[in-house]
Design a protein around this ligand. Structure first.
Ligand code: IPM
Ligand code: MN
Length: 365
């Protein structure tokens, strides 16, 4: 198979982690006889520096013509970087939001899985960590507060800022269908998270998810309020299978879920539209404080590449080969610095970003 991939390395640790994901993808394609071609494009701060805008039409065009997009991370230090002196629509994050919308990537899948090797890095009580957990957050990605009308106006002598949270039935329905479809391939349980005790948008969310559930009698649907969900993720994460939620709640809950896996450096993501096209990126940010030091954990990006093989190219065996290689490397005790919290790690097992990429690539079978 020929794989045409647009590559957005981005800012901060982005170029380092994408280089390792490419290394692992190349090793996999070589082993399994696929041809792979990357087209590098700019987005985020590096695009601002080159073109004055965080995302050009040319980048969007190249992404649209590719089968999938592999992304690192974008953005810089919000207090010191000159990018954050620009108006909001010209800052790095605006590029990410624009590309999500331009490619209609409404479904964001963020799996949070506790590797048995990392149980000691899990900040939860040991009896909770011992049970393990394997959840998938299905975050709506092109609606809600992120894309509603916003304004800051002076009214009666003071500034008033407003953001609006709006969802159409059709937007809720299509993400709910994805959640039920994915749940069918997993443990057949959807927990839909909302704030239906306060918000109209959540009451509509509940109504539409219940309508969708009728077509999936083999999948159970439960509703959970978002504040309770935040609590349950740290209290009893093994109760979750698929967590279906709107954009902002999903942003927050996925960071929380990633932290209980031991490190935010482990969490991949896939952003999908109605076709097999997808954008694949780690759930973490650009970590400008550690950029260029070869200490970032590339695993979230490597696992995002595995998700790309699975969801865009339907290459399940190859995706599994990457996941197994990651697990094997962890089993053998290798750790990047974000994973050092757990147990004793001897000097020879401590890795930088490049070495971790090499070790995983070598273990592709
Ligand atoms: C994420 C990030 C983005 C988001 C930011 C960078 C705009 O936090 O992908 O979770 O809020 O969606
Ligand atoms: Mn986020």
């Amino acid at each position: 198979m020929k794989l045409n991939i647009a590559c957005i390395s981005g800012d901060g640790i982005g170029p380092e982690i994408v280089a390792e994901a490419k290394k692992v993808l190349n090793a996999t394609c070589e082993k399994y006889g696929h041809e792979i071609e990357y087209t590098d494009v700019l987005m985020g701060g590096c695009s601002i520096d080159a073109y004055g805008v965080p995302l050009t039409d040319e980048t969007i065009d190249i992404c649209k013509k590719s089968d999938a997009v592999l992304m690192g991370s974008i953005g810089g230090d919000t207090t010191t970087s000159p990018w954050y002196k620009l108006e909001p629509s010209l800052r790095p994050e605006a590029g990410l939001l624009k590309i999500r919308k331009a490619l209609n990537l409404f479904a964001n899948l963020r799996p949070a899985f506790l590797y048995s090797e990392l149980k000691e890095a899990c900040p939860l009580k040991s009896e909770t960590a011992e049970k393990g957990f394997d959840m998938l957050i299905m975050r709506e990605l092109t609606g809600g507060l992120y894309f509603g009308d916003r304004s800051t106006k002076e009214i009666d002598g003071e500034l008033v800022a407003k953001d609006s949270l709006e969802y159409k039935e059709s937007e809720i329905r299509r993400i709910a269908i994805k959640a039920f479809e994915v749940a069918r391939q997993r443990n057949k349980k959807v927990i839909s998270v909302d704030k239906a005790n306060v918000l109209d948008s959540s009451r509509l969310w509940r109504k539409v998810t219940e309508e969708v559930a009728v077509a999936y009698p083999d999948v159970t649907l439960e509703h959970m309020l978002v504040d309770n969900c935040a609590m349950q993720i740290v209290k009893n994460p093994s109760q979750f299978d698929v967590v279906l939620t709107e954009n902002m709640f999903g942003d927050i809950l996925s960071d929380e879920a990633s932290m209980v896996t031991g490190s935010i450096g482990m969490l991949p993501s896939a952003s999908l539209n109605e076709t097999s096209f997808g954008l694949y990126e780690p759930s973490h940010g650009s970590a400008p404080d550690i950029a260029g030091k070869d200490i970032a954990n590339p695993i979230a990006t490597i696992l995002s590449a595995a998700m790309m093989l699975k969801y865009t190219f339907k290459l399940d065996k190859e995706a599994k080969a990457i996941e197994d290689a990651v697990q094997k490397t962890l089993q053998e005790g290798y750790r990047t610095s974000d994973l050092l919290g757990c147990g004793d790690v001897s000097e020879d097992k401590k890795c930088g970003c490049k070495r971790m990429g090499d070790l995983i690539a070598e273990r592709i079978i």
